[in-house]
Design a protein around this ligand. Structure first.
Ligand SMILES: C[S@@+](CC[C@H](N)C(=O)[O-])C[C@H]1O[C@@H](n2cnc3c(N)ncnc32)[C@H](O)[C@@H]1O
Length: 252
């Protein structure tokens, strides 16, 4: 057991956040959209991460990723933030071989589970990153290089005092728009009405500056699209009797 503490997967668990310091060397506290849960990384998930990182894993870097080199083609790259256990992401990759998928998740058991499913399905057009997505967007993704951004059932941070932790904020959406190629999409889904309203508000404020447009016929939400597989959190929302709101914008 002691030896396993130092495997690649265990190190990743500890270094998923990048520490930042002020000029005088003090630790800078960031408002994060997640709390790292200490949920158990199973032996199986740990092995999956250790054995398959060379084929499926990418790490945070300060140079932009070279997607053509990474995927071996120039198909559009769809970025998914917070893929959870990754089942729906692997399904999308399997169903859309003409697209490349890049999933980001901070929860290591989810990363291990996603890799296991990707290996089982033999998908080649998928890479995963275990890191804070806001830092990956800022540091590792070239402007205009993404075909789409999907964010399904992000943590809603119910309490008003925690709303600042919601990942969907004007600065986040502005960054995403910069990273998209012309014609690229933003697809958000949530089962929390108050977060859906917040998403619309933020997207509309960015839209009013030009750059993106809402494809909704009613200028708010779209009907649940068939191409979005059921996610674990969506299924949980159904069990709790929640509704689902999908938002879909295109970069001009
Ligand atoms: C409520 S879960 C939804 C998971 C999945 N999309 C689903 O629908 O089943 C939200 C996930 O986003 C991840 N997450 C939150 N903030 C993140 C960030 N800044 N970077 C990467 N992952 C993040 C969390 O670890 C969590 O697994």
């Amino acid at each position: 057991m002691t030896e396993q503490k130092h495997t690649f997967a265990d190190q990743k668990r500890k270094t998923v956040e990048t520490a930042e310091f002020t000029e005088d060397g003090r630790y800078k506290r960031k408002i994060r959209s997640f709390v790292l849960r200490t949920g158990r990384l199973s032996e199986f998930q740990r092995n999956m991460m250790n054995e398959n990182w060379a084929d499926y894993g990418l790490d945070h870097q300060t140079e932009p990723f070279d997607f053509v080199k990474i995927y071996g083609n120039d198909n559009p790259v769809v970025l998914e933030i917070g893929f959870g256990m990754g089942k729906s992401l692997v399904e999308m990759a399997e169903q859309n071989p003409n697209k490349n998928y890049l999933g980001i998740e901070v929860h290591t058991p989810g990363v291990g589970a996603c890799l296991a499913y990707a290996v089982e399905k033999g998908v080649k057009n998928l890479r995963v990153i275990c890191h804070d997505a806001t830092e990956i967007l800022r540091d590792s993704i070239t402007d205009g290089s993404l075909g789409g951004l999907q964010l399904f059932f992000p943590d809603p941070w119910h309490k008003a005092k925690h709303h600042k932790r919601r990942i969907v904020q004007p600065h986040f959406v502005e960054t995403v728009v910069k990273k998209l190629a012309a014609g690229g999409f933003i697809h958000f889904a949530t089962d929390w009405e108050n977060y859906a309203e917040h998403m619309i508000e933020v997207l509309q404020s960015v839209q009013s500056a030009g750059g993106i447009r809402n494809i909704s016929e009613t200028n708010d939400y779209i009907p649940r699209p068939d191409f979005r597989p059921l996610t674990k959190f969506e299924a949980r929302g159904h069990r709790l009797g929640h509704g689902v709101w999908d938002l879909y914008f295109i970069k001009n």
